[in-house]
Design a binder for this molecule. Structure first.
Ligand code: BG6
Length: 469
């Protein structure tokens, strides 16, 4: 990593994402020496917050024992109040940057982070361009190759397929693809990256990874009220719902990584291409029996949620991967808020052995699960003989816990992703083709759900209980 300073702008800095995840991630980058001296971070939102108050807020949300370092870090933070819709906000930022760059005597890199609702993306892109902020500083300020401009955009990219296409076209006119980093923070999770290593690094499992041996794949993400709390993002959530908030992105990426073909190389291009190829072969089943959507009881009383809102907080759907490897294997994806427990996992159920029904054993199916939450690991359900004279089987589990078996601590997903964006590595960011496929799948699921009644479930329900009476 070279030592060229960076200027970061967070649009939507008074929101939940910055407080809960980004502030800590930027501090971790600072601590690890990834933010060269001379860096600055500008929080922008409509609210008016003094620099000192912004710094105090960030300080209180950072977890560290090194208070001195945290204080030193926040000295580089500033807050600018401005309307995202108003070009004057961007002109003001441009002046600030020019002043700081003049002071440093160089052209700093610029990283714009869009932590705002998808409705506002277009305005931000257009205003960035109109005020000349998409263009790196003039060459007379120093080495032009160092003075890049990049944009980081949070998921979901757009509100639906058409909106995403429009935004992509617009982005394509204003930026080169290598300047655009579309975030899906699940891709930054160590355990997801480890799935590829597990699959392609162990000859034991890969030969079984197909319709010949697999009977079912489930991708689930459940959250309790506490874990998935809407807090300050209720309005944003209400405009999205469970399918667009999590299904269109995290769940489909989890599925893609667990089922894609061998990328042949670990280059960003090959990995993204393999994910895209998998996503493009996903078809949504049309048989409504395995589809459901529901809203938890009390959702409409949450602060910020409109009375009468029909936004779903739970959904499940059935998919199929129409390629040689997976054709015919039922695939289920499911996500819900305010459920009984918090978990995120991908489970692969294997068919019972052909011979087992004729032998002395009852047909037993093995299940391999990648656990992403709450504890990162892998488990395999298998059968062992009961300790008696008869050959009777009982289910057992082989478990592997990532954290306790790794000497170095896991890198927090946002830290990993920010580090990659700063060093220009696109591997863990979603390409424009992936976005297109993800929206196609989400729209097809929505079409099926139009014929399914929206149910109501009590908070703390078990996902199995969410069904029509
Ligand atoms: C976010 C969703 O992308 O992921 C939230 O918008 C969800 O609704 C969150 O709660 C879960 O992330 P994690 O990493 O805590 O599982």
């Amino acid at each position: 990593m070279d030592n060229h300073p960076l200027t970061i702008v967070i649009f939507g800095a008074s929101g939940d994402l910055f407080k809960k995840k980004l502030a800590q991630a930027f501090f971790d980058l600072y601590k690890d020496g990834f933010l060269a001296p001379g860096f600055s971070l500008f929080g922008v939102s409509r609210r008016s917050i003094a620099d000192e108050d912004f710094r105090a807020q960030v300080l209180s949300s950072i977890e560290t024992e090194d208070k001195k370092l945290a204080k030193e870090f926040v000295e580089n933070l500033f807050f600018r109040s401005g309307d995202i819709d108003d070009k004057a906000t961007y002109d003001m930022l441009k002046n600030e940057f020019t002043m700081r760059d003049d002071m440093l005597g160089l052209c700093t890199r610029k990283l714009f982070y869009l932590a705002v609702i998808p409705d506002l993306y277009e305005k931000v892109f257009r205003n960035l361009s109109a005020s000349g902020l998409t263009i790196p500083c003039a060459p007379e300020f120093g080495d032009k190759t160092l003075s890049w401009v990049r944009v980081l955009v949070e998921k979901p990219f757009g509100k639906d397929a058409e909106h995403a296409e429009m935004l992509d076209e617009l982005l394509g006119k204003l930026f080169e693809e290598d300047q655009i980093f579309r975030i899906d923070h699940y891709l930054g999770k160590e355990i997801l990256q480890n799935i590829l290593a597990f699959r392609f690094g162990n000859a034991l499992f890969e030969p079984l990874w197909s319709k010949r041996h697999v009977s079912e794949i489930c991708v689930r993400m459940h959250e309790t009220s506490e874990k998935g709390s809407l807090a300050e993002r209720a309005k944003l959530y209400d405009a999205l719902g469970a399918l667009r908030d999590v299904g269109q992105n995290h769940l489909l990426q989890m599925l893609a990584i667990a089922t894609m073909e061998n990328p042949l190389s670990f280059s960003a291009e090959d990995i993204r291409e393999a994910r895209t190829a998998l996503l493009s072969s996903i078809k949504v089943k049309e048989d409504i029996k395995n589809f459901a959507h529901a809203q938890y009881d009390g959702y409409q009383d949450e602060p910020g949620i409109e009375e009468g809102s029909d936004t779903e907080t739970y959904f499940r759907a059935e998919l199929e991967i129409k390629n040689e490897r997976w054709k015919g294997v039922p695939i289920f994806i499911e996500h819900g808020k305010a459920l009984k427990d918090t978990l995120a996992e991908i489970s692969i159920t294997f068919k019972a052995s052909d011979e087992s029904d004729e032998s002395m054993f009852v047909p037993a199916t093995n299940k391999l699960t990648f656990h992403i939450q709450p504890k990162e690991g892998i488990s395999i359900e298998f059968y062992a003989k009961k300790s008696a004279f008869q050959y009777e089987l009982e289910k057992k589990k082989l478990s592997f816990d990532y954290k306790s078996s790794h000497a170095t601590p896991f890198v927090y997903p946002y830290v990993k992703l920010l580090r990659d964006a700063i060093s220009g590595d696109q591997t863990l960011f979603v390409s424009t083709d992936e976005i297109k496929e993800q929206w196609r799948i989400a729209s097809d699921i929505e079409k099926v759900l139009e014929d399914v009644p929206l149910l109501v479930y009590p908070k703390g329900s078990d996902a199995h209980e969410i069904k029509e009476d």
